[in-house]
Design a protein around this ligand. Sequence first.
Ligand code: AVJ
Length: 321
Amino acid sequence: MTSARRSGAALKRFAPVDIDFPDMLLEGLSSEPKRIASKYFYDEAGAKLFQQICDLPEYYLTRTELSLLRRYAGEFARLIGPDAEIVEFGAGSHEKIGVLLSSLERPRTYVPVEISGESLVGLVDRIRADHPQVDVRPLLADFTAPLPPTIFSPGVRRAGFFPGSTIGNFMRDEARDFLAGAARLLKGGGLLIGVDLVKDPALLHAAYNDSAGVTAAFNYNLLVRANREAGANFDLARFAHYAPYNVEQHRIEMYLVSRAAQLVRVCGRKVAFAEGEPIHTEWSYKYTVEDFRALASQAGFIPREVWCDPDQLFSIHWLEA
Ligand code: AVJ
């Protein structure tokens, strides 16, 4: 085991700055329509803003999923079985994985896969403190890319954990490809995944247009980050947070819309914006239970149990690999 794996402090030292961000930004702002990939939301400030989003009264996702996790923990433990290796896609909240690890019978290893060093370090320290019997082996990587099979324990029953409806950030094809990769990785075990549901558009709209403006700040943080890391000079006051629900496509669409015709410097170049021109920053797809199960089947999983809250806001699926 390397020192980077053993201690959070060591991990922090080796955590790379995201050197791809300026290139990606310039490329995304040169394309038509303009876009910035949503994985770039989560720098240190963005991760904090996302935590605040999770506590918003309008953002029902986190608390609904947590209550489902608490309520059905015993069932998850029975399905996952003893001595399992848990792979989490993304470093989520210590609370969610904490509920799962506490309910499992002798969980053996926990492998959080996360692209942001800061998020990973915080989570790893916390889980090591709370679950000293679990071997925590963080992997600093983009979980959307194929994972090196060598980091996993051979011959151990493996279960994936993918809470938060992060799967909603993928377009349908990408979601299927991701799930197909997960099905191969988890063969013999399964995937426990949280999926936000199609519902009253007014509830969805409120969740992404909160009255305190935290989601707007989360969106604007991409421009703050561009100004800091890509030599840009975005004036935040000249962009608007815009997050409509697309009823046909079952997705929240997030944009930063230019309030005026303007030129913005990015990495030494000038990028032109027309008045009203959007930068696309996120998709957040919502599924029906049936639709998600069909997608999982196409990806090679056998969809098994599904748990929903009484108001049908959120779902957790057990997919057998
Ligand atoms: C982390 C992708 C699940 O889509 O609800 C929250 C991100 N964006 N508010 C979501 C997000 C705006 C979130 N996911």
